[in-house]
Design a protein around this ligand. Sequence first.
Ligand code: HEC
Length: 113
Amino acid sequence: MFVARIALTVCLTLGVAGGTAMALSRTPENQDAAAPISSLPEGEGQALTAEVCGQCHSVGMFANQRKSRDEWNATIGRMIEKGMEAEEDELYAISDYLTEKLGKSDQAASIPS
Ligand code: HEC
């Protein structure tokens, strides 16, 4: 009984604070539309990467990953095997973007701006 009342209080508090966000995310259509592009860091190549890498799955599935250039290139290679289509110069741009924005922290820091 006591535990239940605490849980209810927490729910109500969160409901007031996050009222707008909860109202938005409750609609299923919004969830898919809102997540993909905004989950990639801004920068040159963001739109291209979102477009090419978002064809088959959400870009959110890899936006939290951190890889070296070799590892991202290997990922790009695997996606090509799965049927990804892109021009060669687009692949280089995507590789640059992923390495710079979703690189391992020590590497990302060493890239001159
Ligand atoms: C032609 C469709 C397609 C495109 C385009 C595509 N992917 Fe994928 N991707 C897949 C499929 C299919 C899987 C496998 C999903 C699974 O493991 O269940 C996958 C899985 C992944 C995975 C997790 C498994 C792994 O091999 O690492 C990552 C990371 C990934 N994709 C990143 C990317 C990136 C980055 C791009 C853009 C360069 C991209 N994908 C574009 C189809 C695609």
